[in-house]
Write a protein that binds this ligand. Structure first.
Ligand SMILES: [Zn+2]
Length: 175
């Protein structure tokens, strides 16, 4: 396993859209293991997307189970390897604070669906269905955005009122 280098804003590659995974082989699983190790090495990492390490394939990992204080109303599925994820249902709206491993100096308030239903393949190619709520749903939406070249910065209602310079790094979940 190996730690991968995380691209940081404003690296233009973070705007690149990622391609679907076609082949579920040992090379893919090796990459997923490296991606997971990289996520867990980051301060408070609860999610990561392949394009954040310069691999433009539709692969994300979300695991909020290590958060010290899980926001109320949040589901907690544990470790999810989501390959070619497709969100099929959005319900409710909630403003919440987000951070990102690729935007280390800031957090921001972003409106997300309170609950999402989605399907994705695991690292063996088996299709699975998920329903997530609260902070976990937020993390999934944040990571899915990375696959389309979107950062939370692109979703702020106002950079003036919704963007915050980070004082203490290890505070919130990072995705
Ligand atoms: Zn992110």
């Amino acid at each position: 396993m190996a730690l991968l280098e995380i691209l940081k804003y404003p690296d233009p590659r973070l705007k690149q859209a990622s391609q679907p995974v076609q082949t579920f082989d040992d090379a893919l699983r090796g990459f997923v293991a490296d991606l997971e190790e990289t996520m867990r090495a980051g301060p408070g990492g609860v999610g990561i997307a392949a394009p954040q390490v310069g691999r433009f394939e539709r692969i994300v990992i979300v695991d909020i189970s290590g958060m010290r204080k899980l926001p109320a109303g949040s589901s907690n599925t544990g470790r999810m390897v989501l390959i070619n994820p497709e969100i099929t249902k959005w319900a409710g709206m909630l403003m919440g604070r987000e951070g990102c491993l690729s935007v280390p100096d800031y957090t921001g308030n972003v409106i997300r669906a309170e609950q999402v239903r989605f399907s994705a393949c695991d690292e063996f190619g088996a299709q699975r269905e998920y329903v997530c709520a609260g902070y976990e749903a937020r993390a999934v939406q944040h990571e899915a955005d990375h696959l389309d070249g979107m950062l939370f910065l692109d979703r702020l209602v106002s950079r003036r009122t919704d963007l915050f310079r980070r004082k203490v790094y290890r505070q919130k979940g990072e995705a």
